[in-house]
Ligand binder design. Structure first.
Ligand code: F6R
Length: 262
């Protein structure tokens, strides 16, 4: 795992977008694993800007979102399908048929989860997985005690997650669905590369647990310590609890790998 600390949320998001752009330029038909949430809005804005100003093309890419609420139609403004159309899909040249989310309206949810896993496999697996982190340490909607080998499945959401996501439901957490389909921790760990982005002081404590604490199913993001190619990008506020912050800063300034991104 590598940790990169950027001065503020916008620079952290810009670096994340540049790493995604690097992947897409290297591999125009890349399979991208995508996330939603407030943190990612800046990343999508940067990617759209790169599309508009530098001709970054997603025409041959395929995308798989981490999760979707159960019971919401894709037209519902709280659904992740709606979020993705609004923030990314409608603003770039990705082909609609190549953009995948779990179907939270499927009549047979276990079959839908199996179909989603199979589709990811048939696409050759995720090349680059974008991740946020929830206040309870979730990645995707893998709430505490999710098995570290879990696969795409239904998951009940904690009340802290429902509260954190209430904005998209008029601020009323009771309106946030109780269940979602999410890629599992095991599914996420199979991505060839992972980038976790966390910004703001609200995330500082959980980032420290995930990055420097023990690997535990209580903090799903800590499983990323097992991943051979995982970068955690944080702003200074989210880095506040990291014991090794000085070392991480030094590495970013000196490792040749990051020269083009400094
Ligand atoms: C969303 C997702 C979640 C979010 C996390 C952080 O698709 O998978 O894990 O990334 O809840 O959300 P924000 O950025 O709103 O704090």
């Amino acid at each position: 795992m590598e940790v990169i600390i950027r001065p503020d949320a916008d620079q952290a998001a810009a670096l994340t977008a540049r790493l995604i752009a690097q992947e897409v330029r290297l591999r125009p038909n890349a399979v991208l694993g995508l996330a939603t949430g407030r943190t990612m809005e800046r990343v999508y804005n940067h990617l759209v800007r790169l599309h508009q100003t530098e001709g970054l093309s997603f025409r041959e890419c395929r995308t798989f979102n981490l999760d979707e609420y159960i019971g919401l139609p894709p037209e519902h403004s709280g659904s992740f399908a709606y979020y993705m159309r609004r923030h990314f899909f409608s603003r770039v040249d990705l082909r609609p048929e190549n953009a995948h989310l779990p179907n939270g309206l499927a009549a047979d949810l276990p079959a839908e989860c199996a179909r989603y896993e199979a589709l990811i496999r048939q696409s050759g697996g995720v090349d680059l997985q974008l991740l946020g982190i929830g206040p309870d340490g979730h990645i995707g909607f893998n709430e505490p005690l999710s098995a570290l080998r879990s696969r795409t499945r239904e998951k009940a959401l904690t009340s802290s997650t429902r509260q954190a996501n209430a904005d998209a439901f008029g601020g009323d957490f009771q309106q946030v669905p109780c269940r979602a389909i999410t890629m599992g921790v095991g599914t996420i760990l199979e991505a060839k590369r992972c980038i976790l982005l966390a910004t703001g002081e609200r995330k500082a404590a959980i980032v420290a647990q995930a990055v420097e604490g023990p690997i535990t199913a209580m903090v799903s993001a800590s499983a990323l310590q097992l991943h051979p190619r995982c970068v955690v990008i944080v702003d200074e506020a989210a880095a506040a609890g990291l014991d090794g912050a000085d070392y991480y800063r030094w590495l970013f300034e000196h490792e040749p790998e990051w020269e083009a991104f400094r």
